[in-house]
Design a protein around this ligand. Sequence first.
Ligand code: SAM
Length: 293
Amino acid sequence: MPKKKQKWFCEGTVPGQRLGTMQHCFAIQKLLYRGKTKYQSVLIFDNPVFKRVLVLEGIVQLSQADESIYHEMLVHPTMFSHKSPERVLIIGGGDGGTLREVLRHPVKEAVMVDIDKKVVDLCVRYLPFMKGKKSYGDRRTKLVIGDGLEFVKKYKDYFDVVIIDGNDEVGAATELYGQAFYRDVKRALKADGMVAAQIGSLSLDYAALVKRAHTRFQKLFLHTQTFKLTMPSYHCGEYAFVAASKKTDFQKVSWPSVKRRFGTIARKHAFRYYSPEIHASSMVLPEMWKAGR
Ligand code: SAM
């Protein structure tokens, strides 16, 4: 019997310095789904190292093995930096991971706006570990299928925290990284509101993506902060989430209060990656990436 040829998925379209210049490849052990929605191409497969992997528009969005690093770090440093986040807006986040983490907090309302119903449905079906079914059934959740760019314009002084969890900055998603959108987000936030956004690789795209996002937020908000994390399933090492706040200095959060709130939540359901210590250490940046702080 001839040996079956190994199938591979190679990612080579990530933004920044890496666009079209290198490949990051994963062996496809089992193909679960390959198709196109109205908005994007979708690929879901199993890999022996990363387990189940979700790819949108040729870019890895998450793997079962390390998605908790991404989602816990996108959500908790900002949610815990805010004194009492009750109303939260997630823009994008169709895989459900950001909503799952937001709902761990005692929020009153979690609105998630994703443009692509098919992605939301596919993730509920093929990525049960993202707990979409449970999160969308939560009485605090309001799932909106629509364009986050337009949705956010309808609000003024309403949300405590906005989390931007959109596609990478290529093609149609570039507006989610623009100053005009950030201005609309600022308007939708209360006076002590905060925003967190996934940005890109610190290691390779610091100047092109991370520093630029900082500069855009700095023009609008009093405080900005980079949170550093490592994502094994993503290209090139260390990643950055950038947060901005109208009032609170992220460096001066009340750690006793963060630890108390963390303890209450962790007793119900253990965190895999986030802790107040990881939160504090993620704000320690190497000299070469400090400018955007
Ligand atoms: N973890 C991710 C990553 O690696 O970048 C992001 C995940 S999430 C799956 C990205 C989501 O953003 C997709 O479900 C996509 O449909 C959604 N999206 C893209 N543009 C959007 C827009 N303008 N409004 C709302 N959702 C949008």
